[in-house]
Design a protein around this ligand. Structure first.
Ligand code: ATP
Ligand code: MG
Length: 138
């Protein structure tokens, strides 16, 4: 089990001014920030990040959305980081998310769902390496 996960605060949440509140909830929940950047992805970069979903019907919409405004990307550390962070953010569809979860509080649709969280240790490492070089993390 790894103690690190990767997250993005998505363009819907940054544009609505939720960045500070979301980061506060993440930190108050016991996650330590090990790398962070504020970045506006190009469609090509967003497409590459979500390449696993290339064949899904929502891929075009997802790439357009994720390159529509700035995001905050971060590496987070905590025991059981991947699973605990997925619990903290809630279900993909905010309508199914538990009360108090980040998506329940800040998401507005299944696509515009405020935050990303890695779904495995392997993907956490791949996604962290996509955004951060070795000297941008500690
Ligand atoms: P993420 O990977 O962003 O943390 P997730 O793991 O909960 O989310 P995935 O199945 O990996 O969900 O989908 C990736 C993202 O694609 C979702 O977070 C959402 O933004 C978008 N998405 C998923 N399903 C749909 C859908 N049916 N319609 C529109 N967008 C969707
Ligand atoms: Mg996912």
């Amino acid at each position: 089990m790894s103690n690190r996960t990767f997250t993005m605060i998505k363009p819907d949440a940054t544009s609505k001014g939720y960045t500070g509140a979301i980061l506060d909830q993440i930190i108050q929940s016991g996650f330590k920030v090990k790398a962070m950047k504020w970045i506006h992805l190009t469609p090509s970069q967003a497409g590459q990040f979500y390449e696993v979903h290339k064949e899904r019907p929502f891929y075009g919409e997802l790439v357009e959305f994720m390159s529509s405004g700035p995001i905050v990307a971060a590496i987070l550390e905590k025991d059981n980081a991947v699973a605990d962070f997925r619990t903290l953010i809630g279900a993909t569809n905010f309508k199914d998310a538990a009360e108090g979860t980040i998506r329940k509080k800040y998401a507005s649709s299944i696509g515009e769902n405020a935050v990303h969280g890695s779904d495995s240790d392997e993907n956490a490492a791949i996604e962290s390496n996509f955004f951060f070089s070795n000297f941008e993390r500690f």
